[in-house]
Design a protein around this ligand. Sequence first.
Ligand code: OSB
Ligand code: MG
Length: 359
Amino acid sequence: MGLIIEEIQFHRIQKELNKPFVTSLQTVADRESIIVTVRSAGGLEGFGECVAFSTPWYSEETVESCRFVMEQVLKPLLVKKVLNAPGEVAELFAGVKGNNMAKAAIEMAVWDLFAKFEGVSLWQYIGGIQKQISAGVVVAADSRNLLNEIEQVAAKGYSRIKVKISSQTDAEALKRVVERYPEILFFADANGGFSEETFERLQTFDDVGFALIEQPFGERQWKLHARANREMKTPICLDESITGIHDVERMIEMQAGKIIVLKMGRLGGWNETLKIVELCRRHNVGMWVGGMMEFGVSKAHNLALASLPDIVLPGDFSDSRYFWKEDIILPEIEVINGKITLQDKAGIGYDVNIDEAGL
Ligand code: OSB
Ligand code: MG
């Protein structure tokens, strides 16, 4: 029995971050986003969130490019169509090149819709089994208050901390901090901040005690990643490089990394992500769910993904209040004793509170 997609709506929202987010690529103080609502003929509503940024610093897409593609290109492919399964959205969108974040935002809303149609939570709908999701937080390493910040998040119960690093970061100072918290799992994320010229600087991070180093080089620098993966003992993890299943196949073939960050926006949605999870499971590639300092709708989808049995490394899951004074979902995401408990309600499990005008 199919679902008729009756209507798709877009809401543009903007909120100030509690404090500016600093990476080697960009400092973000305000976060814009587009929330997608897909309605079925029966009156059910599914929600998705577009994770592109206002400017193309993390990936090529932007809020404005996604607005155009979602409204003018993707929406007409889906409205009034009858779907028998949410996987059919990827087929309908197959003729549109790239634009994964735009595709994902709508596709994810359809998966929420189907879970609601079946009357089950999205995490159960996709075959998840872990109801308690380990939280993880991100801090910027060039923050002069790094030690202080780590103390604060450790006190809140976070047992995984991702530290943003660049070729300017002092590895020795980081090592002293990491050694003080043997019970905390530390990840490093370089957002492509290293190059062939700074390869030796990257190697100074090998003794810090990181569980992994995320994306040391640019997204197409496969050979440099393979070299780091060969010459360093800390596992290399790829984020920006992975835009679909073929990139994962390439990483495996070239031995350019041992772990990947799953981000459904970057991968084009649930359909492609679930295929990648299966490939990684077969090849023993580690996986964790990455964040985009996004709002609660995207986080709710990410939490469902993290419930899958083979996702064991803690992802980018912080409290709603870590980035926002007020999130757009109810209840807000809350970390208790280092864990987030998934909701039993149908679909993403949260109510969405958007009062801003449409696009
Ligand atoms: O590289 O993982 C990244 C945020 C925006 C863009 C890229 C990245 C990030 C983060 C955010 O690290 C982590 C989070 O949302 O908790
Ligand atoms: Mg990253």
